[in-house]
Write a protein that binds this ligand. Sequence first.
Ligand SMILES: [Zn+2]
Ligand SMILES: [Zn+2]
Length: 217
Amino acid sequence: MKAKLIIPIIIVCIVISIIYWNNSSKKIPFISKKEISYKSDTILILNLEFKETKLLKPIMEKVTSFYHLPVVLKSAKLPQYAYYKPRNRYRADSILNFLERYNKKHYRFIAALTSKDISHTNTQKKVKDYGIIGLGSLSNKGCITSSFKLKKKDTEAKLLERLQKVTLHEIGHNHGLPHCNSAHPCFMKDAKGKLTTIDNWPMDLCEDCREDIGLNP
Ligand SMILES: [Zn+2]
Ligand SMILES: [Zn+2]
């Protein structure tokens, strides 16, 4: 009796492992922890009044080669409701809400770029309108990178490198990655708005962060 049962059990095990293998081979390598489904795997690079347009191509090339996802480029105007008149800048959290509405769960991620100054409410520093370089939501409402504070009289090559790193960092947040506390070099470390920290970031994630989002080198 026992011997007769073993064969069906083995067959069932094989079937289960085949189903599992099929599922895992079809799986997109990195799915947001929130498990939201998107219509496309593409990352939309959105030009939101970004003036350094010749840097868009090398930024897109970096994003697609790093995250192994296709990229497309579109442009749009910054939403007026994000404008904060007292400081003549745009509220990054409002921009992220705009991106979520713009996206309608179509693109896997939207990474927006702007040359305008951006800000948000810094709860740690208790500052209502705090200037920032970039913002990316952990629940993938998109992300925004601003070149406004990145220029600082440096070369165009330096500006490009910083824009690439900050864009990769914000897309990292969209993947669900928080700031990294690893002892190893990683662009997911908190820059705290410091250009020197961004310049010291490698153009890479540490192994822990890579593993968290299932990203192969
Ligand atoms: Zn960050
Ligand atoms: Zn890391």
